[in-house]
Ligand binder design. Structure first.
Ligand code: TXA
Ligand code: MG
Length: 324
C-alpha cells in the first residue's frame, strides 16, 4: 500500500486539491467531475476562471469518457505518445463541467507518464483537472519543493515524485477541426506528431488567441519576478556592461560555457542539448529569481526546430527580448 497515494485518493474524493508530479511539470489537481473542487484550483492559482484546464486520465481507454466524435488521428496520437507529454483537444462530452472547459465545447486530455501519478489515475478511475502548480503567470514547478514554495499550506498534499524529467509542458494539439493544429509546442516534438499524422500541423497564429483562449498562449507567462532580458551573446555583453555601470547586479544564463568577459554576480552555463536544457530551465529561473538580483540576462538558444518548445517558453518568460 502506497501511503501518499491513499492520502491523495481520500483528499480528491473529499473535493480537495492535491499537487501531482508529471513528467513535464507538477500539476495542481482536483476531481474533474466536481465543479466545486475545480473552483479551488482557480482560487489557489489566481487564474481567470474562463481558462480551460487539461483533464488527466490513465490512458486511451478513457478518451471516450470525456470526448465525443473522436477522430482516428486522435487515437493514433494517443497510441503513439501516451502515456506522455501530449495533450489532445477534442469535442467534449456534455457532462464535462464548464469549470473545466472554461465554457468551451472542447476538452483537453492527457495521460501523463509519471509512474506515481499514473498509479493514482488508475486507482482514481476518473479524470483529474490540473494546470501547472504555479500562481498564474509564474514559472512552472519542476520539483515538489517548488510547489510548496508557491502554495505553502494552501495545498494540503504535494505528492513528491522527484524532479520532472521533461521540464517543459506538454505539446497541445487540437483535433477539433479537419486541420490538426499545434496550439503549444512542448515535450513531444512537432515533427514526431506530423510523422504519425502523415501531414503537417498548422502552428497556431497569434491572431487566433482570442478565439482559442489558451492561457499558455498569452504573451506574459512562465515569467520570473526578476526582469528577464533575452538576446544574443554580444547583445548581452553590451547590456551587462550598461547595467553594471549603474550598479545593478545581473545573473547571466549562458548557452553553454562562454569565454566572454561579462560583469555579472552569478553565471550559469546551460546545457547545449535541448532536452537537458528544457529539464533545467524552470529550476534555473526560480533559483536565480531568489538570488536578490536586479536583472537576469539569458543567451538565446538557436532558432531551430529542436529548440521550438524552449524558445516558445523563453519568448513568453522574457520581459525584454533584444531583437536578433
Ligand atoms: O504538461 C502539461 O500540460 C501540464 C501538466 C501538469 O500536465 N499542464 C499544464 O496546464 O501546462 P496549464 O493549465 O498550465 O496549461 C494548459 C494549457 C492552457 O494554455 C489551456 O488554456 C490549454 O492548455 N487548454 C486546456 N484545455 C483547452 C481547450 N479545451 N482548448 C484549448 N486550450 C486548452
Ligand atoms: Mg501553466
Amino acid at each position: 500500500m502506497n501511503q501518499p497515494i491513499e492520502q491523495a485518493l481520500a483528499l480528491l474524493a473529499a473535493g480537495e486539491l492535491v499537487a501531482i508530479p508529471t513528467e513535464t511539470v507538477y500539476g495542481l489537481a482536483a476531481d474533474a467531475a466536481n465543479p466545486q473542487a475545480v473552483a479551488k484550483i482557480f482560487a489557489a492559482k489566481g487564474r481567470p476562471s474562463d481558462h480551460p484546464l487539461i483533464v488527466h486520465i490513465a490512458g486511451s481507454a478513457q478518451i471516450d469518457d470525456w470526448a465525443i466524435d473522436v477522430p482516428q488521428a486522435a487515437r493514433d496520437l494517443a497510441a503513439a505518445f501516451w502515456p506522455g507529454p501530449l495533450t489532445l483537444i477534442l469535442k467534449r462530452q456534455p457532462h464535462v463541467p464548464d469549470a473545466v472547459t472554461g465554457g468551451q465545447d472542447t476538452v483537453g486530455l492527457r495521460a501523463p507518464a509519471h509512474p506515481l501519478t499514473h498509479e493514482l489515475l488508475v486507482r482514481f478511475g476518473g479524470g483529474l483537472a490540473a494546470p501547472s502548480a504555479n500562481k498564474f503567470g509564474h514559472v512552472s514547478p519542476t520539483t515538489a519543493e517548488h510547489v510548496r514554495q508557491e502554495f505553502g499550506a494552501e495545498v494540503p498534499l504535494v505528492l513528491d515524485g522527484g524532479p520532472c524529467l521533461v521540464g517543459v509542458e506538454s505539446t497541445i494539439v487540437s483535433l477539433v477541426s479537419d486541420q490538426p493544429m499545434l496550439l503549444r509546442p512542448g515535450g513531444v516534438p512537432r515533427e514526431a506528431i506530423e510523422a504519425v499524422l502523415g501531414r503537417p500541423l498548422e502552428h497556431h497564429q497569434k491572431s487566433d488567441t482570442a478565439k482559442i483562449r489558451a492561457s499558455g498562449l498569452l504573451d506574459s507567462h512562465y515569467a520570473p519576478r526578476t526582469k528577464l532580458i533575452t538576446g544574443s551573446l554580444p547583445q548581452l555583453v553590451e547590456t551587462a556592461h550598461r547595467y553594471y555601470e549603474q550598479g545593478q547586479r545581473a545573473g547571466l544564463i549562458l548557452f553553454g560555457e562562454s569565454p566572454a568577459a561579462i560583469p555579472a554576480a552569478i553565471r550559469v552555463a546551460m546545457p547545449t542539448n535541448p532536452a537537458a536544457y528544457a529539464r533545467e530551465l524552470y529550476a534555473t529561473l526560480r533559483q536565480l529569481d531568489t538570488a536578490g538580483l536586479d536583472l537576469l540576462l539569458l543567451e538565446s538558444p538557436p532558432n531551430t526546430p529542436e529548440w521550438l518548445a524552449v524558445n516558445d517558453r523563453l519568448m513568453r518568460a522574457a520581459h525584454v527580448r533584444l531583437p536578433h
